[in-house]
Design a protein around this ligand. Structure first.
Ligand code: ZN
Ligand code: ZN
Ligand code: FE
Length: 735
């Protein structure tokens, strides 16, 4: 006996081929009823004899982009249906459905792309309901072609027929088009002269790459700068023009086989590489490539994620350097105007006429002890919501930190994170930051009731938050780091949080960064921290490890440090040393800090691995190269009240002439410090802060304390601050 059921399905179920999927399923089993989108997701009314079987086939055959968060089933009064129908979208007043992220081309589209008999053969924007751009082209919800940057392309008859056929893979696929009606590519030289804009374009592009030119290529969420990864001269040219002397470049390879020639890949890493999100994955290099990643045995590898990338890589058949196109301190270039400002960097431009509405960088991840660690969360993952195990009391806007900024909005039990916005150091970046807030507010019809910001008075994000005319809440940086982990893991009980990072503004006005905090949602207690040292030279010290090391030497040896036979001392002239000593003595431009990131820098200087950094995080990443796991010893350290006195470590390292021994023992010592404090408090151990992106450190801790918890959905670096800020508004009374 058939009954009528009403199913309310929530999650990522719009714009992902969900309705045609249910339609096809219903047709297959000759079921009758309706399906429609509504503000909560989709609603199905259907006559069934066995609801369990039906739910089972939905869950088993779910379209690749769809994600179900919940299914509510209601047995309602019997309705007589003649057939199964997709009905028009209901009122979308209060948007709760998720916007699908931009994902990579699917297998079926890839097959068609290379099929000579297909009408979209070689079409660089081929897509369907299971793949392609979404977030980056959306102006507003409901997700409909008229509210995307596809609105200017009028579909041809053939495309329209596919679009309107519920049994077609392109049914209501908003970004579809073809050679006759969709977006098209154009190739320009740097003087803005059009070279070509037809099917032959790919051959031209590949020839130019092979000739050693630098090309700017418009992708999904912005432009890339690319060149031949086997051409030293081209890479050097790109480094010179981009003023990026040593920072590693990411490499796009044709397929896994090509990746395997460059790097080692385990199962989990392979899954990430070929996933529909196609992030850049940091992998162990088979040999150090001194052009692409000088002094570092890691490479950032990703696979082609658009039809255009596939066409180029297949023809090129060798690795391609691909880096985000942006002016230093500015966000990724997303418009033709933006990219033209970079014409001093590229030789040729591959542009297209599909506008990027929401900019989005490539995501960057790595795998440590089988856990995914995000370095940057953006394309493919944005704006997937992070589900909280509890409901938020208010609608929250969180504006994040100042570096690696992301912003977040929170409502009900959801947090939507913006893509990686970047460092808020310039006017353009601050504008981009504000745009991201406005975009999320508009798309989600979101009106914040409270804004949360970092305590740091000089953060641009905090200044912006304070300018808003709503309730504000200030939150300490490292506490937010730990709350971020608690939020994504649904932890509600007290934890011991270890926040190791560069620097964050402390409650006492000092620059914190080596913190042990006992946290719950009500607040935190600082139970231990690295004993303060002087950040000699202030902001300069952040880029020059030798200044931090010198400061630590002065702390121990006073003026006698000048006589030490040590790489740090040798990195200065005698005159500089004398000035620095006076500054240290008087405490001029020398704020006090407990930063673990700066301590890493100091060790890198003392062991002569890095005196001046050419990119952020260089010292730590290069120290990884010197770790020897057969060295088990560690240095002694002292606790003075709740301060961790590191001077014995420094003294020992000054005596040690073998840098492998020094570095290995240093890493072991950090693990020992964490373990000692962990034992003392016997609470769940939570790790966060950019320092935990150090592979050696994180591996060692996870080996020693396998229950340690770290971020897996958001970056442990400042990109994760906004999530922590959101949940700081909770009034959970449990502890
Ligand atoms: Zn597809
Ligand atoms: Zn068409
Ligand atoms: Fe931080």
């Amino acid at each position: 006996m058939s009954e009528t059921f009403k199913l309310t399905i929530k999650g990522t179920v719009q714009g992902v081929g969900f309705r045609p999927f249910i339609y096809t399923l219903a047709k297959k089993y000759n079921l009758k009823g309706t399906i429609s989108n509504n503000s909560n997701g989709v609603e199905i009314l259907i006559n069934l004899t066995n609801i369990k079987d039906f739910i089972f086939s939905i869950e088993k055959n779910l379209p690749s982009l769809a994600k179900i968060n919940s299914i509510e089933i209601e047995n309602i009064n019997y309705i007589e249906f003649k057939d199964f129908k997709i009905i028009d979208t209901k009122n979308m007043g209060d948007i709760k459905s998720n916007i699908p992220p931009d994902i990579s081309i699917c297998k079926e589209c890839e097959k068609e792309l290379f099929n000579l008999n297909n009408r979209r053969y070689g079409y660089p924007f081929i897509t369907c309901t299971n793949c392609g751009v979404r977030y980056s082209i959306i102006y507003d919800l409901p997700y409909d072609r008229a509210k995307t940057s596809m609105k200017k392309f009028k579909m041809c008859k053939a495309c329209e027929a596919e679009y309107n056929n519920p049994l077609n893979r392109r049914y209501h696929a908003q970004p579809i088009g073809c050679w006759d009606c969709g977006a098209n590519l154009s190739l320009w030289d740097k003087n803005k002269k059009l070279i070509i804009n037809n099917e032959k374009l790919i051959d031209n592009v590949v020839t130019l790459i092979k000739e050693g030119h630098i090309l700017a290529i418009k992708g999904v969420g912005g432009y890339h700068l690319v060149c031949d990864a086997n051409n030293k001269k081209a890479i050097q040219k790109l480094r010179d023009r981009k003023k990026r002397p040593a920072k590693p470049f990411a490499i796009m390879v044709k397929d896994i086989e090509m990746a395997k020639e460059l790097v080692y890949i385990n199962q989990k890493e392979k899954e990430l590489l070929i996933s529909k999100e196609k992030p850049i994955v940091l992998l162990k290099a088979k040999k150090i490539d001194k052009d692409i990643a000088p002094n570092i045995s890691k490479l950032g590898i990703f696979l082609p994620y658009t039809p255009l990338h596939l066409l180029i890589l297949k023809e090129l058949n060798s690795p391609l350097v691909a880096t985000s196109a942006n002016i230093t301190d500015e966000p990724i270039a997303t418009t033709t105007d933006d990219i033209k400002k970079l014409s001093n960097i590229y030789d040729y431009l591959v542009d297209n006429n599909r506008d990027i509405v929401n900019g989005c960088d490539d995501s960057v991840v790595m795998v440590i002890r089988n856990q995914t660690i995000f370095i940057r969360r953006a394309r493919g993952y944005t704006p997937i919501s992070i589900e909280l195990p509890y409901k938020l009391d208010k609608k929250v806007l969180a504006v994040g930190a100042n570096q690696k900024n992301t912003i977040a909005i929170g409502f009900d039990n959801k947090v939507i994170l913006s893509p990686h916005i970047g460092d808020l150091d310039g006017i353009k970046s601050i504008e981009y930051f504000k745009d991201n807030i406005e975009n999320l507010k508009r798309i989600y019809r979101f009106k914040p009731e409270i804004v949360v910001y970092d305590r740091h008075p000089n953060y641009e994000s905090s200044k912006y938050a304070k300018s808003l005319d709503i309730e504000g809440k200030e939150i300490q940086h490292h506490y937010a780091h730990i709350l971020g982990v608690m939020a994504e893991k649904g932890l509600t009980k007290k934890v011991l949080g270890v926040a190791f990072d560069g620097t964050g503004y402390g409650d006492n006005g000092k620059l914190w960064g080596g913190e042990f905090l006992i946290c719950n949602y009500k607040g935190y207690k600082r139970v231990a921290y690295i004993k303060y040292f002087k950040l000699l030279g202030g902001a300069k010290a952040i880029k020059e490890p030798k200044r931090v090391a010198l400061s630590l030497l002065f702390d121990i040896y006073g003026e006698n440090a000048l006589n030490l036979d040590n790489p740090t001392i040798k990195a200065f002239t005698l005159k500089e040393l004398k000035t620095q000593y006076l500054m240290w003595k008087k405490g001029l431009n020398s704020p006090l800090t407990s930063s673990m990131g700066r301590l890493f820098d100091a060790i890198a200087s003392l062991t002569d691995i890095c005196q001046v950094m050419s990119f952020e995080g260089e010292s730590g990443i290069r120290m990884e190269e010197y770790y020897n796991k057969d060295i088990k010893e560690f240095y002694s350290f002292n606790f003075i009240d709740n301060q961790i006195d590191i001077s014995p470590i420094i003294e020992n390292i000054v005596q040690e002439k073998n840098k492998v021994v020094a570095i290995s023992k240093f890493f072991n010592t950090l693990v020992e410090i964490i373990f000692t404090i962990y034992k003392e408090h016997n609470l769940p151990l939570v790790l966060s802060g950019g320092v935990f992106q150090n592979r050696v450190l994180l591996e060692l801790i996870l080996d020693k304390i396998p229950t340690a918890i770290i971020n897996n959905q958001i970056p442990p670096n400042d990109g994760g601050i906004s999530l922590g800020q959101v949940v700081s508004t909770l009034s959970i009374k449990k502890s």
